[in-house]
Design a protein. Structure first.
Length: 309
């Protein structure tokens, strides 16, 4: 019996089983001892995804025009006699936008080659960006749609062959430093406050502000007012600092943060501060930092200035 269990063919089977068991133990130990991704690696991965988003064919780098619409007819095409002049790659006369009673309708010329939401139809009342997914018109590499700012309508034009998009090589940034991930505490407003936000067009709107975030940098207390509501998962910060207009974009930078926990605590990670669309194109309509969201300190973290818009 002994020879049957531990000798002969059984002995041949036991050796590889022991080796396989040892290999499984070693693999499990390696997995358990695998170091967690470093903080710097996580920020680098975030920045990589950020830059990838800018390379998409309809990113902010594809912006190629911004045109105000007047009440009544607004003709468009590449011919200079149009009220809205498109790039030369577009047909000379494409049609017209008609603004009446707070709505915008497009009527296309026959054989214009323009599609509306992917369909070859002659006319349609257009949905602006503030009312959901905007109606998209396309011709070749060009695409455009209606945006609404205040009570005014504009046409936002994009080109997937824009030189700014094709020549994009990345956004310069400061070295990642963990000291710029600072702990912040929310001092809530009761009731929540309405922030007045101006944009680069000179228009002013209001947005919700749940409170003020208090935090320290090198022993000094600073404050920022976020945009958002209680119950949101993320809040938005629009701020400027002493690098603005020198090393970073003059009109400030943006940042997204987790909402505070039940104790009112969260973190502001300035390593994730990023440029607004206006840093990449003169055809964006960016909101500016609200009054009081300027930090009297150099925030040498996050993205540096990209252009001169």
């Amino acid at each position: 019996m002994r020879s049957l269990l531990f000798g002969g063919p059984m002995k041949i089977l036991i050796k590889p089983l022991i080796f396989l068991f040892a290999l499984l133990i070693m693999t499990s130990a390696c997995k358990q001892n695998k170091p967690a991704q470093s903080y710097e690696a996580k920020i680098n991965e975030w920045h990589k995804k950020r830059e990838q988003s800018l390379t998409k064919k309809d990113s902010w780098l594809s912006l190629s025009g911004l045109f105000w619409l007047n009440e009544g007819e607004n003709t468009f095409g590449s011919d200079k006699s149009n009220q809205i002049i498109f790039p030369e790659k577009a047909p000379a006369f494409m049609g017209g936008f008609y603004v009446r009673a707070g709505k915008v309708k497009v009527i296309l010329k026959k054989e214009s080659g323009v599609t509306i939401d992917g369909k070859s139809i002659p006319e349609k009342t257009l949905v602006p960006d503030v009312d959901g997914e905007p109606t998209l018109l396309q011709y070749g590499s060009l695409s455009w749609y209606v945006i609404k700012r205040g009570d005014k309508f504009l046409i936002r034009l994009k080109d997937s062959e824009s030189p700014a998009l094709l020549n994009f090589t990345g956004v310069e940034r400061y070295p990642v430093a963990k000291k710029w991930r600072v702990k912040a505490r929310l001092k809530p407003y009761d009731p929540p406050k309405k922030l007045k936000i101006a944009n680069v067009l000179g228009q002013v709107s209001e947005t919700d502000c749940p409170g003020v975030l208090l935090f320290e940098i090198e022993g000094k207390t600073y404050r920022l007012e976020p945009e958002g509501k209680r119950g949101d998962k993320k809040w938005f910060l629009n701020f400027s600092d002493e690098t603005s207009g020198r090393e970073t974009y003059g009109a400030g930078r943006y940042l997204v943060l987790d909402v505070p926990d039940e104790k009112g605590d969260t973190h502001i990670d300035f390593n994730k501060a990023y440029n607004p669309p206006c840093a990449f194109s003169p055809y964006a309509t960016c909101p500016l930092p609200p009054k009081g969201n300027h930090l009297s300190v150099k925030i040498t973290a996050g993205e540096k200035d990209y252009g001169h818009h």
